[in-house]
Design a protein around this ligand. Structure first.
Ligand SMILES: [Zn+2]
Ligand SMILES: [Zn+2]
Length: 348
């Protein structure tokens, strides 16, 4: 094979599993899907056969619907064997949502990174009835559309605890460089960053499987966002560092099992794309910032398509990630507009 034919992507299954169904993607490895009530309408979860029990990778939202479907899965494809261990790739609600439920109701062990656990536990305990002043200031700083800002300020904000079951005290930590035995295979733990801090990925030493969470997805670019918790963060720098590092592990024969969309073969090409997409976006942003603009005025060069209301929030936090990166690399300056929005402009 020459270089050109090797740099392709292939999707071994074109149809995902339906409700409470599982597809065996490798010996003892089941791929399942749970619904999400959002534009991105599903999350992939996996179960690995431990003989007398299962280890599951990620859990879906902490909702009644998801608990119901897990009940059907456990009685169906999981053949009534218990879930003894939950491994969570990162702290987002669609992944950690039912981890606490598996711990407290099913007696499962929770395994995840320290940052994922601390972040999730902190956020589940931090219930807000109205939008905190810091979040309002952050949105204003990003130049959020005043109408959307007024709407958000008037309603009860989304709370992490709305979609994540309470996390009891205690978990088992995994970190960069660890190896872990799951489903009859030994896996190297490699930590990603940028989409979520300290995001775990698992690379099988015994066959071609990679459990990649949301760090590596097939047909959508993982959201890289800045939030009010750390308004000056540069997650794009973390993303690029992690992707460059993980791309060195990528092989042409590996099957990547991600948190959304379809499993795929072709990691070397996908890693390149996940890096290059952002370099391209940064170049277009820099051209666009020949005159001062707020992060909210950078959707066109960043996404090259119209952003609807349903994706406005994710688009805004990703736009801030890109202007923050340019600000930290010293390529743009920023000044505060009267209304509290930061305006970014290319230097020189
Ligand atoms: Zn995520
Ligand atoms: Zn996700």
């Amino acid at each position: 094979m020459d270089g050109a034919t090797r740099l392709t992507m292939r999707y071994p299954w074109d149809t995902p599993p339906g409700r409470a169904e599982a597809i065996e993607v490798a010996e003892g490895v089941l791929w399942m899907r749970l619904p999400l009530p959002m534009k991105l309408d599903h999350v992939n979860v996996y179960a690995l056969d431990e003989g007398d029990s299962w280890t599951i990778i990620d859990t879906g939202f902490g909702s009644e619907t998801t608990r119901e479907i897990w009940g059907e899965l456990m009685a169906g494809p999981l053949k009534g064997k218990p879930v003894s261990r939950v491994i969570v790739t990162h702290h987002h609600p669609d992944h950690i949502g039912l981890a606490g439920w598996f711990q407290s109701v099913h007696g499962a062990e929770l395994v995840t990174t320290r940052t994922a656990w601390l972040f999730a536990r902190m956020l589940t305990l931090d219930v807000q009835e109205t939008l905190p002043a810091e979040t309002l200031a952050y949105y204003r700083g990003a130049g959020m559309d005043p109408e959307i800002l007024a709407e958000r300020a008037a309603e009860r904000p989304f709370n992490f605890a709305d979609m994540v079951a309470p996390l009891p005290l205690g978990y088992s930590r995994i970190k960069q460089g660890d190896s872990i035995h799951i489903g009859g295979r030994e896996w190297d733990v490699h930590i990603g960053n940028g989409h979520a801090p300290e995001h775990a990925t698992f690379w099988s030493r015994d066959d071609n499987l990679v459990l990649s969470g949301d760090q590596i997805l097939s047909t959508i670019s993982p959201n890289i966002g800045v939030h009010a918790t750390e308004p000056l963060a540069d997650p794009l720098e973390d993303w690029l560092e992690a992707c460059e590092r993980l791309s060195k592990l990528a092989r042409h024969d590996q099957l990547a099992l991600g948190g959304h969309k379809l499993p795929f073969v072709g990691l070397p090409l996908r890693m390149r794309q996940l890096i290059d997409n952002h370099h391209g976006a940064l170049r277009r942003m820099l051209d666009h910032l020949d005159t001062p603009k707020a992060a909210s005025e950078c959707f066109a060069p960043l996404f090259k398509r119209r952003i609807g209301k349903g994706e406005y929030g994710l688009a805004l936090v990703e736009a801030v990630a890109h202007v923050n990166h340019l600000y930290h690399t010293g390529e743009v300056t920023r000044t505060l507009r009267e209304d509290g929005a930061w305006l970014y402009q290319r230097k020189g």
